[in-house]
Write a protein that binds this ligand. Sequence first.
Ligand code: F6P
Length: 549
Amino acid sequence: MTTTLPAWHALRAHAETMRHTHMRDWFDGPHGPARAERFTAEACGLTLDYAKNRITDETLQRLLELAAQARVGERRDAMFAGEPVNTTEGRAALHVALRAYPEDGYRALGVPVGEDVAAVLGQMERFADAVRSGEWTGFDGRAITDVVNIGIGGSDLGPRMVCRALASAVSAGSAGPRLHFVANVDGSDLARTLAPLDAATTLVIVCSKTFTTLETMANAGTARDWFVQQGASRADLARHFVAVSTNRDAVAAFGIDPANMFPFWDWVGGRFSLWSAVGLSIAVAVGFARFRELLDGARAMDLHFASAPAARNLPMLLGLLDVWYRSFLGAGSRCVAPYCEPLELLPAFLQQLEMESNGKSVRLDGGSIQADSAPVVWGTTGTNGQHAYFQMMHQGSQLVPVDFIATLEPVSDLPGHHTKLLANCFAQGEALLRGRTAQEVRSEGVSDDALVPHLVFEGNRPSNTLLLQRLDPWHLGALLALAEHRTFVQGALWQINSFDQWGVELGKKLAAPIQRELEGTAAAAPHDASTAALIRRAQAAQSAQRAAA
Ligand code: F6P
C-alpha cells in the first residue's frame, strides 16, 4: 500500500521540514532566478508554471520516487492496454480509445474497439451535418433551431462545459442550432428551457449511459408530453428525439427508434464520456470537424501522458502536486480559477471528474487508504472570484492551492480587456506567493500599529499557472485530457479505483420509497426521526396545496 512505501515515509518527514520554509525566500535566494525555468513544463500547446509551489528539487525528487514506487506508470499502461482497471465492475477504462485512430489498435479486455468507435463517429458526423445543414427537419418540415440535451452528471457536465467554452470560438457564419442543457429533476429547469422554444423546430437528445437515471427519464418523459401538447403526433416524435446510451432495450422501450440511437460502451465512464456519443451535442453545436479537433487535442495529451518522462509529464506532475498538498500538507480543497470566461463551467466539470473518481477511502485491495484523498474542488472565473472569496485565500487560516488557467491569445477582440485579465491573473499568483510583511506595510507609510497586522499577508500560498496558447477545440481537448489523466495519477498514488462511484447509490436507493410515501402510494416506512419529520412536513404542505387548488 502506498502509505507504507519508503517514499511516502520520506515525504512525511520532508513535509515537516517544509512547513517552516517560505517560497519568497527561495525566489529571493541564489537559485531564485532559475526557479521559474526549472519548474516549468510544456506539452501540447500548454505551459505549466509550477514554480509557485511549496516544493524544492528534493521535494520533486521524492514525489517522483513515490510515483515510481507506487507503479503509477504501470497502472497507466494497464489503463491504455484496456485491462480491467475498474476492478469492482470488471471493466476497462478506455476513454483514450474514443479520441484515437483505428490504427492505434486499442482493445478493451482484449477486444479491438477501433472500428466500433469509428462507426459511431461516422454516425455522429452524418447526424450533426444533417441537423446543422437543415436537412434534418421537424414535424412541419422546418429546420431544427434548438437542441435540448437532457442528461445529468457525466451525460451533462462535459458537453455543457465544452459547448459553453467553444461558443465564442465558433464564427457566427458556421453557428449551428442553439444548444440547451437540462439536468435537474426540479421541473423549473425543463419548464424554463422549453417555454420559449417552438416544438416544431426543437430536437431532444436524451443522453444517459444507463437510460435508467431518474432525473433524465423524468425530464425526457415530460419533454415527450410537451411535444404532443404542442401538436406533434406520436409518429412525429421520431424526428424530435434521439438517444445516446449503452442500453438499447431501454431506449427502444422509451419509444426512440434504435436507428436514432448513438451507442457507446461500458468501458466509458460517465465522467470520461464527452469524447463518445455523449459529445453529440458538441458536434451539433460546433460542427463535426471542430469536434474531431477536440478529440485530436486530447489524443496529443494521451500520447504525452503515455510516453513523456515523469519529470516532464504534465499529468504526472500535477497529480503528484495534488497528493503532496492533500496528503502531506493537509490542504482540504483546491481552487480552480479560469481567467477565461468561456471556461466558467470548468470547475463544475472538474468537481465530478475528481471528486466522483477519487472521493473514496478504500484502496483497491479493500483496505483503508490511511491518508486524505480527493480534496474539495471549487472555483469560478477570475477576475470575479477576486471580488468574492479570494480574501480567504490570501488571509484566511486554510491552505488552498490554486490553479490559475488563462489563454495567451484573447478570446474576445474587445481592445484592452485581455491585458487587464492577464495582469490580474499573474498578480494574484504573485500576491499569494509573496504576501506582504509588516515591514513592507510600514515602509508603505502605515504608522498605526493597530492596523498593521490587518494589512499583513502571510504569503507562501501555492498556485499553478496553466497557459493555453488559445481557446480552440484542440487546446481545450488537451486541457481536458490533462485533467482526466491528472485525476488518474492521483488515484494511482492513493491506490484507489478511480472508475467506480458506489457512493452515489445509497441515496438513490433511499429516494424511491420516500417518493412513494410523498406520492401517497406507500405507507410510512421506518426512518430516523429527522427524516420522518421532514416527510411529514412535505406531506402537510402537499395537502394544503391540494386543498387550496
Ligand atoms: O449517479 C452518478 C452517475 O452514475 C454518474 O456517474 C453519471 O455520470 C450520472 O449518474 C449519469 O448517469 P447516466 O449517464 O447513466 O444517466
